[in-house]
Design a protein around this ligand. Sequence first.
Ligand SMILES: Nc1nc2c(ncn2[C@@H]2O[C@H](COP(=O)(O)OP(=O)(O)OP(=O)(O)O)[C@@H](O)[C@H]2O)c(=O)[nH]1
Ligand SMILES: [Mg+2]
Length: 473
Amino acid sequence: MDDFPKPLTVPVFAVLGHPNEGKSSVVSTLTEDDQIRVSRIPGETTESTPYTITIDGKDIIRFVDTPGFQVPKQALAWFRKFEGNPEHVVEAFIEVFKNDPFYADECELLKPVAKGAGIIYVVDGSRPVRDDDLAEMEILRLTGRPRMAVVNSKTDEKDYTTDWRNQFRKHFNSIRIFNSNTANFMERIKMLESLKAIDQEWEQSLSDVITAFQKDRQRRNDLACVAICRAIEQSLLFSLSESVTAESDPNAIKEKLNQKYQAQIKAFEAQMFKKIRSLFKHHLFEYLLPEYSILNHDLFSKQTWELLGLTTEQLVAAGAIVGGTVGAMIDTAAAGHTFGIFTAIGGVLGAGSALLSGKKMAKNRPGGIRLGGDNLQLGPTRNLQFLYILMDRALIYYSHIINRPHGRRDMMDGQEKKPGPKKGFSTEFTSGQRTICSKYFKTVTGRSFIRDKKAVSDFEEFIKAVLDDLSGK
Ligand SMILES: Nc1nc2c(ncn2[C@@H]2O[C@H](COP(=O)(O)OP(=O)(O)OP(=O)(O)O)[C@@H](O)[C@H]2O)c(=O)[nH]1
Ligand SMILES: [Mg+2]
C-alpha cells in the first residue's frame, strides 16, 4: 500500500464503510474496472488497494478500495480519548495498533486516510442506520479529512435514505446518492462535481479530471462512430457471387450464398461490437442481441429477404422475370465486375433461359464491356431498410454497453433479462435524419464512381450526434 506518493500528485479518495455495503462496487463503477473483486460474502476486500484512472497515459485520479470497519465502537473509544495533535490522529492510531490483530482491518482501511486521501463513505440506504454506523461516521469526522457520504442502495425494497441523510448532515461535507449498479457516465461526472465541494484545494484538479473524462468520452464516441460506420458500409457493400451452369442446382447455390452472406454480415457486426465493448472497458459483460430479429423480423428470413431484394421497378427495368421464390440475385459478370442487372430466380436458371445468356444480356450492357458466364450474385443490398436495421442494432448494442456500470455483477450469462427496446431508434428519426440516411445509402450503394463525400460525412456526423446524445443522458 505504498504505491501512491506523498504529497499527492493526483486527487485520491479512500472508499470506506461497513463490510458488504458496496464499497468495491462503487470503486469498480467509478474507475470502470470490472476486474475488482465484488462478493456477496462480507469481508471480500482485505487490503486497501488503489485504483488509478489513467487518460492518455496520465494518472488523473485515484480511488482506494478498503476493507470494511470491524470494530468501530472500540476504535471510536480510542479516537475520543486521543489527546495529541488532532491533525495526526489517524497516523497515531495506526502507530499504536499496527501490530494488534484486533484492529487489523481498522488500521488497513485508515492507511490511505493517513496518507492524505479524502473520504467517500459508502452505506446501503436500503437498511436502517445502526450504532456501528454512527461510530464509523464519528471516527471519520474525527479524522478531520474532507469527506463525502454516498448512499448506494442495494435493493429497492426499503428506503432509509432520509434517516441516513439526517445522520450524514452532522458528519459529512457532502452527501450523494450514487448507485454502483445503475450509475451511468453523467452520474459519475456528478459524483466528481460533488467531490469538488468537499475541499477547495481539490477544486481545480477535479475540474481538470472532469474535463479529461469528458474528452475521453468524446474520443471513445468518435472511435465507436468510426467502427459503426465502417461496419455499416462493409455490410451495405457486401456481395457474393458464384458462377452458374445449366447443370447447377440454383436452390443449392442460393442457399450456399445465403449462408455465406449472413455469416459475413454477422462477422462485420461482431467486429464492431467487439470494438465498442473494448472502448468502454467491458471484460465481463457482453450484451447479446437476438440474432437479427430486431424490428420483429429475421434479417435473413424470406420476408426480409424480399425487403432487401429488388423493387418491382428494378426488376422490370432489368427486363427480368420474377420467379416463384425470391432468392439470390443474378448478375452477369465480366472480369470480376458486376453490373447490377439483377433478377430473382425462379425456375429461370434451371431452364437455361435465354434471358440470362451472355449474348442477350450484352445488349443491355454499357458499350464495350465483354461478358463472361452467368453468375448468381447476392448483394449488395438494394433496400434502405437494411441500413436502418444495421443502425438500430449498432445503437442498441452501444446503449447497452455504455449504460452498464462496471460494478454491477449480476446476470453474467450475457443476456439481459429485461426486454430490450420494442422498436429501434430509427423509428424515432425525423424526416431530415431519414434524408441523411437515404442520401448516404444511395451514395454508398450507388454505382457511381464519384462518391458524394458530403452525404457520407453528414451520415457520420449524424451517428456521432446520436452517440453523444445517448451517452450524455
Ligand atoms: N443490487 C445491488 N447490489 C449491490 C449494489 N452494490 C453492491 N451490491 C452487491 O452487494 C455485495 C457486496 O458488494 P461489494 O462491493 O463487494 O461490497 P464491499 O463493501 O466492497 O464488501 P467488503 O469488501 O466485503 O467489505 C455484492 O454482491 C454486490 O454485487 C447495488 O447498488 N445494487
Ligand atoms: Mg470490497
